[in-house]
Design a protein around this ligand. Structure first.
Ligand SMILES: Cc1cc2nc3c(=O)[nH]c(=O)nc-3n(C[C@H](O)[C@H](O)[C@H](O)COP(=O)(O)O)c2cc1C
Length: 171
């Protein structure tokens, strides 16, 4: 079986943890590799990729978007984390956008999305921005963000492993 690289893009490590979980169930995986070091030569060398992203402003992060746009005719398994609840409408919208992107010029074998801890040290600074001004975060939304802590948890990682195994079996 041809080797499958696992590539992750992360700020705080959640996408790396997901990538590690995927690597444990992909028989001939290589990596996880940081997306920063993925060049054209790597893209050319493989047919199938696992891409682990973090959700940025309702879609995949910029580096993952740029990488997918460089690819054509590849088989992609895309996995990611977002701060919002997985059951939320926002999460469904993220799925729709990421799946459209990954299917445009490539074959999407499967997409898995789960919750990932939000960096509350970063968002807490937005509490100080006055209401009505750009970037303001309400205390109510900050309380909701706290629910992301601890994710991806053991159940999320197990769900990721199960999903990736299934995507490969159906490929
Ligand atoms: C700049 C920025 C934008 C974000 N945008 C969203 C978003 O639109 N929706 C969401 O649910 N989470 C959003 N998040 C939360 C991250 O997607 C989430 O915490 C993710 O698990 C981070 O993954 P990482 O640890 O691999 O960096 C954002 C985080 C940052 C830093």
């Amino acid at each position: 079986m041809a080797k499958i690289p696992i590539i992750f893009s992360t700020i705080t490590g959640n996408a790396f943890r997901l990538a590690e979980a995927a690597a444990s169930v992909v028989p001939d995986s290589v990596g996880p590799y940081n997306i920063r070091y993925i060049n054209d030569e790597v893209i050319e060398r493989f047919d199938t990729f696992v891409l682990s992203y973090w959700c940025n402003h309702g879609t995949a992060d910029d580096d993952t978007i740029a990488l997918i746009r460089k690819m054509s005719g590849k088989n992609l398994i895309v996995i990611g984390t977002l701060g919002a609840a997985r059951e939320s409408r926002h999460a469904e919208e993220v799925c729709t956008r990421v799946e459209a992107l990954a299917s445009e010029h490539n074959r999407l074998l499967g997409h898995f999305l789960c919750r990932g801890s939000i960096d509350l040290n970063r968002t807490a600074q937005k509490l100080r921005i006055p209401e009505g001004e750009k970037g303001h975060l309400s205390q109510e939304r900050f309380e909701k963000q706290k629910l992301s802590l601890g994710h991806p948890d053991a159940a999320d990682l197990e769900a990721a492993r199960t999903a990736v195994r299934g995507f490969l079996q159906n490929a």
